[in-house]
Write a protein that binds this ligand. Structure first.
Ligand SMILES: Cc1cc2nc3c(=O)[nH]c(=O)nc-3n(C[C@H](O)[C@H](O)[C@H](O)COP(=O)(O)OP(=O)(O)OC[C@H]3O[C@@H](n4cnc5c(N)ncnc54)[C@H](O)[C@@H]3O)c2cc1C
Length: 297
């Protein structure tokens, strides 16, 4: 494929390091990085990408790691899809809206239900794909409908139920991109909503290593337990591989001390999985989405 054909629809960069597009700051190169101008350009571009070329859609890269070998396909960054509108208690967002901005917008409008988004550093599309959540709330609580774009350029609106959302899990049709989402919220006092957001932010600042590059929770919490507790119990807080470290502050976070590789991070994940299996006979399932080949334990 001649990737320059996509430049009519947006910004194209070949052999783009993914380290600059994920919050952990590690990763190999994408054969092609593509940031469409807007939704119409994205729709038009889909038919220009042959079906055999792999696609990877990204938001803020806040739960994503591309292996050091890179990604031999097109990475689509939906950051330009920023539309947001309110219709009574219904909120419509395009996929590139930041969750924190959505939470702030809802608070200003006196609409409750999206406060948890203020503490999750991803975009709406990534939030739908991951069923992101915090403080006992998650996307599936308020999500009504999702706008999808299929690889053949077909657009479809589906009810949230169709995504079979569960803890940090959604089932999207193969190859489909989330381009928008609709949420049902409830009226409440704006200052009360802002107060809840402030309280959530304060809690986060104390418990998580937010000053260092990281990717949020590396593993899902197993039923009835916490991945962080299990990793700490296995004696791995502070464990290092190269420039990656299991955070001394929160054992389910891996931080980049500066110049870490994806391999460093994956090695620590393997070490944690093995140690927790040995110590507690529990398999830790990654929450972090790893793109590329990796032998999960
Ligand atoms: C400091 C920190 C704290 C965090 N706290 C939380 C938390 O409390 N709760 C929580 O749930 N998560 C948390 N996370 C993880 C992360 O923010 C969420 O998983 C978020 O939903 C990812 O959004 P993103 O836009 O960054 O997606 P990305 O990381 O870019 O992508 C994640 C996955 O979603 C897919 N995807 C992204 N956009 C789309 C789209 N438009 N259509 C289809 N698929 C798509 C990607 O292909 C990938 O598989 C945290 C991360 C960090 C760094």
């Amino acid at each position: 494929m001649d990737y320059n054909n996509l430049s009519a629809f947006g910004e194209v960069r070949e052999y783009e390091s993914m380290a600059g597009h994920v919050t952990l700051g590690v990763g190999g190169a994408a054969r092609c990085y593509f940031r469409p101008h807007d939704l119409d350009a994205l729709v038009a571009s889909m038919t220009k990408i042959p079906s055999e070329i792999p696609l990877l859609v990204i938001g803020r890269g806040s739960n994503l790691l591309v292996t050091d070998a890179g990604f031999d396909g097109v990475v689509i960054d939906l950051a330009s899809l920023q539309g947001i509108s309110l219709d009574g208690t219904l909120l419509h967002c395009q996929a590139g809206c930041r969750m924190s901005q959505v939470a702030a917008r809802c608070a200003d409008a006196g609409l409750a239900g999206a406060e948890f988004m203020a503490t999750v550093p991803g975009n709406i599309g990534g939030g739908v794909a991951m069923n992101a959540g915090a403080f006992g709330h998650q996307f599936s609580d308020i999500l009504q409908r999702v706008a999808l774009l299929h690889r053949d350029g077909r657009r479809e609106a589906v009810a949230a139920d169709a995504l079979k959302m569960a803890y940090r899990h959604s089932v999207l049709p193969t190859g489909a991109l989330v381009v928008g989402a609709e949420f049902e919220l409830q009226r409440d006092d704006a200052e009360a909503i802002r107060g809840r957001i402030r309280a959530m932010r304060t809690k986060r600042g104390v418990s998580q290593p937010l000053a260092q590059p990281n990717c949020g929770s590396v593993f899902k919490n197993p039923p009835g337990d916490h991945a962080a507790r299990l990793i700490e119990a296995a004696g791995l807080k502070g464990e290092r591989c190269g420039q990656a470290q299991i955070s001394p502050q929160h054992a389910n976070f891996i931080v980049n001390l500066g110049g870490a590789s994806s391999q460093d991070v994956l090695h620590l994940m393997t070490v944690a999985q093995r140690a927790v299996k040995l110590q507690s006979d529990i398999h830790l399932e990654p929450e972090l989405k790893v793109v590329g080949s990796w032998c999960e334990q």
